[in-house]
Design a protein around this ligand. Structure first.
Ligand code: EPU
Length: 342
């Protein structure tokens, strides 16, 4: 079944809580229904298109004059298993954290460090969500969806390599942006999990809760997230607003000479990731507001809506912050959040 609604408010469908209106809003309940809609309707008849999951990584600058496609495709299915692994398929509309909890309760490991990340399964491969030393890409084996670039929309399946995963990116966010809609994702999880506890303070937190197992790791991650990141149900935000910038070892070294306490993480291939939250904090923006938008006081990488902020107001604050980081450190901050409109 599909449903097409006109002049639909997106306020409850983006975690920033921005009051934007979508000219057309399509919900679908299955892969087949989406294909059916796309065969009967030409998406190029619409001025613009946007695929919307949980709306946890989006900033609407104004109303959306096109069609928003929101897959409400549910279902979690055990596809295969052996002594060591399970393969589980989840629909694009399944809430990510519900899925993580479900896997943890079954005793299947690999994604427990990604607990409490807001959003739905459909956005997980697009964005290659990551936290606390783990990226979703490490558990994804296939992404299924519909390709729109030809005259006739067709089902496509991408294996892990074809997804071209990178730091908060994939082929779906880059080359295929706007041309591929995820309908389900196949994950491989381990029955004998190896835990990733190297993130600062995680091992201690797990120890305080109890012995190391999937439940205690999930619990520790939830506690760490809650202590740093605002709950989007209470305070509008989209997690990290910027990516951590990546620079060459040479630049990293000269920055370190100037700022010995700058957090840096070598990521191989002669590249180093710099903590954007630290850079922003050093500009003095942490906890400061510009109108109804503010930099979160516990994690400077997060911009919050203090209540009733417009998308433009939030965007403007992000520009002010990025300008100051550029001025102070000569580093360009790239947005992680997808800005919609102008
Ligand atoms: N830091 C500061 N001041 C701040 C924030 C951070 O000095 O206001 C320093 C911290 O002390 C630490 C370093 O920067 O030394 C890194 O901070 P943190 O561990 O909080 O992580 P992050 O690099 O700021 C990234 C992800 C988060 C993810 C955490 C934990 C990105 C863009 N963000 O943040 O992901 O939860 O690591 O793994 O990579 C998200 O993508 O929405 C998100 C929240």
């Amino acid at each position: 079944m599909y449903r097409l609604i006109h002049n639909f408010s997106l306020r409850d469908h983006n975690t920033f809580g921005i009051s934007a209106i979508a000219k057309h809003y399509l919900t679908v309940n299955s892969h087949g229904d989406l294909l059916h809609f796309l065969k009967e309707n030409n998406l190029s008849d619409y001025e613009n298109r946007l695929f919307l999951g949980g709306g946890s990584n989006l900033l609407f600058i104004n109303d959306f004059n096109g069609i928003v496609i929101h897959p409400e495709i549910g279902g979690i299915r055990l596809v295969s298993e052996n002594k060591s692994f399970v393969e589980v398929e989840a629909g694009a509309g399944v809430n990510w954290d519900y899925f993580v909890e479900w896997c943890v309760e079954k005793g299947w490991g690999g994604i427990e460090n990604l607990s409490l990340i807001p959003g739905n399964i459909g956005a997980v491969p697009v964005q290659n969500i990551g936290a606390y030393g783990v990226e979703a890409a490490s558990a994804i084996i296939e992404v299924r969806g519909i390709t729109l670039d030809s005259d006739s929309p067709a089902e496509s399946v991408f294996n892990q390599q074809e997804c071209k995963f990178g730091y908060r990116t994939s082929i779906f966010k880059a080359q295929l942006a706007g041309q591929f809609i995820v309908t389900s994702v196949l994950f491989r999880l381990s029955k004998r999990p190896g835990f990733q506890l190297q993130y600062e303070g995680l091992i201690e937190k797990v120890g305080q809760i109890g012995g190391t197992n999937l439940r205690t790791v999930r619990q520790a991650i939830i506690e760490i997230r809650k202590s740093k990141l605002p709950d989007p149900v209470i305070v509008g935000n989209a997690g990290s607003f910027f990516k951590n910038p990546v620079v060459s070892e040479l630049i990293a070294k000269s920055l370190k000479n100037l700022h010995p306490d700058m957090p840096q993480y070598p990521i191989g291939s002669g590249l180093v990731k710099i903590a954007a939250g630290w850079l922003i904090e050093k500009t003095g923006w942490k906890g400061k507001s510009a109108g109804k938008a503010a930099i979160h006081d516990k994690q400077a990488l997060v911009i919050i809506n203090k209540g009733g902020a417009s998308g433009k107001e939030i965007f403007r604050l992000s520009e002010l912050v990025a300008e100051d980081v550029l001025r102070k450190f000569n580093i360009v901050l790239e947005r992680e959040v997808q800005v919609v409109g102008n």
